[in-house]
Write a protein that binds this ligand. Sequence first.
Ligand SMILES: Cc1cc2nc3c(=O)[nH]c(=O)nc-3n(C[C@H](O)[C@H](O)[C@H](O)COP(=O)(O)OP(=O)(O)OC[C@H]3O[C@@H](n4cnc5c(N)ncnc54)[C@H](O)[C@@H]3O)c2cc1C
Length: 388
Amino acid sequence: MTATVAVIGAGAFGGWTALELRRRGVDVTLIDAWGPGNVRASSGGETRVIRATYGTRSIYSRMTMRALERWRAYDAGARSGLLRETGVLWMFGSDAGFGRTSADAMHALGIPLEPLTPSDAARRFPQIAFDDTIRSILWEPRAGYLFARRACADVVARFIAEGGEYRQAAIRSPLRIASGPLREVDLEEGGTIGADAFVFACGPWLGRLFPDAVGSRVTATRQEVYYFGTPAGDARFHDPEMPVWIDCGERVLYGIPGNAHRGFKIADDTSGPEMDPTWSARDATPSGIAAARAFLPRRFPQLADAPLVGSEVCQYEATPDSHLIVDRHPAAANVWIAGGGSGHGFKMGPVIGELLASCVLDGASPDPQFGLDRFRATPAGGWAPKWS
Ligand SMILES: Cc1cc2nc3c(=O)[nH]c(=O)nc-3n(C[C@H](O)[C@H](O)[C@H](O)COP(=O)(O)OP(=O)(O)OC[C@H]3O[C@@H](n4cnc5c(N)ncnc54)[C@H](O)[C@@H]3O)c2cc1C
């Protein structure tokens, strides 16, 4: 009988899990070291894309459609305005393989993903230069973006309003569990928290908390995000005139309009170097800024001279195969580990919450693709998926 659950981590995964468990009548304590959507957390950025285009990985297309339903319902109930369905514009260079396989997979699932000719696209989005580096274009209408850090705070506020307990505290790491069940965890500031079951949704800190069970299966990679100032009074680069765009050329660059008037957001999806989520400085690098600046005039000529008005440095909590982790701790049946969002996890928050609530309360089993035992150790000391 699971009457009490401690959820550690109030990012996208932990916040939604706590709310979901609470709504199923459980006594839930949610704990976070620095607060929901804090500046160090992977969920701490302004905005995150929600899209179902996933190549052959249809499991995520299905999860995204469910997540979209849940975000819509949440917004309707809480009137929070967290989801913006602007659509996503996909632009492909010479390698359009991902677009083609996605289109087939989405078609099979009945999710719209429409081809656009360059002239149609240019008519619709005159602020974008569709030059000859773009060979094909897809339009994903049931997609858009989410206000990320605001969503984390909102979900925790909802959780508290519905009777959950939130505490700002840090669980002492590492947490080595020789054999379960786990009865309590120590806090850095002294004292303990006890529960019948525990969910650890600690993003890029998971490896530090569980050096054996997780370790370097989750690494934190440094990701820079830039905000450029748009011309005064010009609405062409903002939501609703501008959709989310993803430019799949030699590198994958993307941008999200809106961002609470922080500017025109642009980021490179390529995994950066490893970083320490607690201690690393979060200044944008001159080389990263220069690369973003070099791209702007090519795709958005009117922003060629736009000033840099802000930046964020976040981290992907990356797994070797970019699949999520949702699994029991191998040594304790009452301990669940959730994370590994790998640059695409935020939108899945509500679905991860549903999944974990049924794992903890009903004994459901997550998809083996999310299992910790899907990795094998490599001779170089890292981890690789056993199957691809
Ligand atoms: C630049 C960037 C762009 C991204 N773009 C997208 C996108 O477009 N779409 C998308 O869906 N996803 C995207 N992602 C990925 C997504 O943001 C993450 O996968 C997701 O937010 C991870 O959420 P989480 O809850 O697992 O982790 P986190 O948000 O990191 O939350 C973990 C929490 O655990 C707390 N914690 C850690 N250790 C302890 C401890 N010992 N005690 C107590 N608390 C602790 C932390 O304070 C933190 O709040 C992006 C990520 C980045 C960095």
